[in-house]
Design a protein around this ligand. Structure first.
Ligand code: APR
Ligand code: PHB
Length: 388
């Protein structure tokens, strides 16, 4: 088999890239290790920046998001029981869309099916060959048979644990990493959210987040230790740990109920540099990870894909490799800014240090954020997403 671009991974990065390339008549095949149902069963964040929304519209998959998504013009931060609101609309004239990544992935899959573009699910033993030459190949097994896909380029969109980044010799890659000594325990419930807007909670007992998927479905998170066993978190314990961290109004409005999903995610910051190796281009979680505070993971995957799709279109339509040659540098500039913001929000809101100096710095920073128009504007500018 032969294609122009072999895409490894059918997460948001791979699917969105496939859709944008298809729009421009560039042939692509997606190889995904899991089944489509498995990909759709993963619950991830759900805050979509304006620039990401625009890109989804360009890819022709934004209709359901605009219909069912919730436009949020601000966000709330609760510090030790007192809630503060930051208005994106007033500060920077923008908003974000709250729409679950699961729904978005489904829209991308439906778009791909409608376009008739090929995706191989349950592709086993995916391996990259000759990436430093002009004739790269990808081998894999599907339905018990060995296959080989010849291509011009490989897009490594296979997430943090994927095979693409690992195919590059370790000496060619710089891994920048910071691991936080904590995780997020998240639950999804069919109960109405406590507020119309997300509430990020800083509390002596630890961080919490009240988020949502719809007016009838909520997503809550609690800071937890990395050693935490999910079996020791029955729903009742989750609610009992959440309640004291909230302000009085949110506590009074909290509707508890059985969880329909519960999981623990570790917090990690990671950036691999560069993001290009010959014919291999990394995009999304394959190249970088942010802690979920600030919800930048999906949005960063989208911005990588935007730079890469434009570069590939330039290559095929205009016979220019300028975009491909600067892909890594351009993508990393935006990645590092989102890494900075996610790290900053994580350090600002979690109980990480027992040192009173660190605690007081957190409180001073928060007080400055609520009192200074300049600080609030910088926050809003980053939260709604920096321009491409
Ligand atoms: N071969 C083929 N596919 C693979 C392989 C492999 N060896 N390894 C991983 N994959 C697939 C995974 O099964 C997954 O479906 O690659 C996909 C990667 O998807 P994501 O992990 O969602 O990464 P990405 O598309 O970059 O999305 C980034 O979405 O998933 C969130 O937390 C993530 O918010 C971030 C954003
Ligand atoms: C979510 O709704 O899952 C969510 C929202 C905001 C975040 C992280 C996760 O910062």
């Amino acid at each position: 088999m032969r294609t122009q671009v072999a895409i490894i991974g059918a997460g948001p990065a791979g699917l969105l890239l496939g859709q944008l390339l298809h729009k421009h008549g560039i042939d692509n095949v997606i190889l995904e290790r899991q089944t489509g149902d498995y990909v759709l069963s993963r619950v991830r964040a759900g805050v979509i920046e304006q620039v990401t929304q625009d890109l989804l519209d360009e890819a022709g998959v934004g209709t359901r998001m605009h219909r069912d998504g919730l436009v949020h013009e601000g966000v709330q931060i609760c510090v030790d029981g007192v809630r503060h609101r930051l208005s994106f609309k007033e500060l920077v004239g923008k908003s974000v869309m709250v729409y679950g990544q699961t729904e978005l992935t489904k829209d991308l899959m439906d778009g791909r099916a409608a376009a008739g573009a090929p995706t191989v699910y349950s592709a086993q033993d995916v391996a990259l060959h000759d990436v430093l030459t002009a004739r790269p190949r990808v081998s894999y097994r599907a339905e018990g048979k060995a296959h080989e896909l010849a291509c011009d380029f490989i897009a490594g969109c296979d997430g943090f644990h994927g095979v693409s980044r690992k195919s590059v010799p370790a000496s060619a890659i710089t891994a920048n990493e910071r691991v936080y000594p904590l995780g997020w325990l998240g639950i999804l419930t069919d109960t109405p959210p406590v507020s119309d807007e997300l509430i990020y909670v800083r509390h002596p007992l630890g961080f919490a987040l009240c988020s949502m998927r719809s007016p009838t479905r909520s997503r809550y998170y609690l800071q937890c230790s990395l050693a935490e066993d999910i079996e020791s978190w029955p729903d009742e314990r989750f609610w009992e740990e959440l309640k004291p961290r909230l302000d009085d109004e949110a506590r009074a409005r909290l509707v508890t109920g059985p969880s329909i999903e519960k999981s623990i995610a570790p917090l990690r910051s990671f950036v691999a540099e560069p993001m290009r190796f010959g014919a291999l281009f990394l995009a999304g979680d394959a190249a970088h990870i942010v802690p979920p505070t600030g919800a930048k993971g999906l949005n960063l995957a989208a911005s990588d894909v935007q730079y890469l799709a434009r570069a590939l279109v330039e290559h095929y339509a205009e016979k220019s490799d300028a975009g491909l040659d600067t892909y890594s540098e351009r993508a990393l500039k935006r990645v590092w800014k989102a890494e900075r913001f996610s790290w900053w929000m994580t350090m600002l809101l979690h109980r990480i240090s027992e040192n009173s100096f660190d605690r007081n710095i957190q409180l001073a920073e928060l007080d400055y954020l609520f009192r200074s128009q300049a600080a609030a504007t910088a926050f809003a500018e980053n939260y709604v997403g920096l321009p491409y």
